[in-house]
Design a protein around this ligand. Sequence first.
Ligand code: DGL
Length: 249
Amino acid sequence: MIGVFDSGIGGLTLLKELVKTLPKEDFLYYADTENVPYSYKTREQILEFVENAVIFLRNEGCKAIVLACNTATNVSIEYLREKYDFPIIAIQPAVKVAFDNNEPDKRILACATPVTLSADRFENLINSLDINHIVDRLPLPGLVEFAENEIFEDEKVLEYLKTEFSKFDLNHYKYIVLGCTHFTYYEDFIKQNFPSLTPVDGNEGTARHLKNTLETLGLLSVEGIGNMRFVESGNYVKDESRFLRYLGR
Ligand code: DGL
């Protein structure tokens, strides 16, 4: 069984991809519903929340854990990998995908939570690609709250995005990086309303990375059935309908 962690429902967008890539694995999804959104928490608080979830998932028997939350990754991944010896896979904003496919003269709009955009890890990613001069950062914490409140194709969301995007001349951009798993719910909405932008997220790359890691470690399952269970802040969910709905099941 594989543990998948997010502060809320955002990581379900990655779980959907994981199930597609690894149909013979079982999954335990942990949403930290009591503490979402993480954007307004301190780094110390986030680290504590994430570690509690990781310990919970491991105690339930997960052989590997996926941090399906960019914010959690940025705050905790180095600490967790140092402390624990089981595989912990982490999502990160798909700026490399955007850069590799970019058109000449276009800039990249990197959207994430304020915690992610101000993290050393994000800075290091940009510096390792040497693209600081073409990347602009736009925090969109409002999208996390809209998603958690199940507000999707709504005028309020459109107004919010228009206001935030008005800080930039969108003609200068091709790719918009959705560097927060909650933002993936708005991928189609962004395409429809801002057709010059092409959204990219890190979900596919993370699923591939998990598969390769499990293969390398000889941990790939051949007998799971894509079974899924859900936990909210340490308690098993009885009525799974909300989670299943987000997964399109
Ligand atoms: N889904 C999370 C991410 O990928 C963050 C949401 C939050 O602010 O809690 O960054």
